[in-house]
Design a binder for this molecule. Structure first.
Ligand code: ATP
Length: 143
């Protein structure tokens, strides 16, 4: 039986002087992605998403709605093949200054929608394309 991992995170957004911006992180593998992390015991999956966003990026968010769940497998040095699921939410930034947790991620920044989309296409994981696209669509932004 493959080892199973469940993580949660989100497309975090804010409106800065009327301009929509979304958060992207550079993960520890050098790829563009969203803040996320593993579910801990006793936590709901929504709590996981908000805790991980807070820990990794310094942002206090609120969940607006679910976006979707992606699944992939990867090779872990100890566990072997891992079957992973990541639950993504649309999350509004309420408060906080961007402050990357450098043990977990390489960086975090805000981007306007078009710029975020270009970065995602260029340096992101393919299965996150739909997540960003749907997140932006739910915010009323058509790419
Ligand atoms: P977390 O605790 O945030 O869930 P992690 O670093 O333990 O993160 P992943 O981010 O899933 O685990 O990374 C494990 C492997 O999977 C790495 O090789 C990474 O490049 C790859 N990976 C990360 N995100 C994706 C994705 N969306 N699609 C495919 N592979 C991914």
């Amino acid at each position: 039986m493959a080892y199973k991992e469940i993580s949660a995170g989100g497309v975090v957004y804010r409106r800065e002087a009327g301009q929509l911006q979304v958060q992207l992180i550079t993960d520890r593998y050098g790829k563009i992605s969203f803040a996320k992390g593993k579910q801990e015991q006793g936590e709901t999956i929504e709590q996981t998403a908000l805790r991980e966003i807070w820990e990794e990026t310094g942002v206090k968010g609120v969940i607006k709605e679910p976006i979707d769940i992606i699944a992939y497998t990867y090779q872990h040095p100890e566990h072997g093949e891992v079957d992973k699921e990541v639950h993504y939410y649309l999350v509004e930034c309420q408060d906080g200054e961007l402050k990357p947790q450098i043990e977990e991620i390489r960086g975090v920044a805000w981007y306007e929608p078009k710029e975020a989309w270009e970065k995602q296409l260029h340096s992101g994981y393919d299965n996150n394309d739909f997540i960003l696209e749907k997140g932006l669509k739910l915010l009323g932004f058509q790419l």
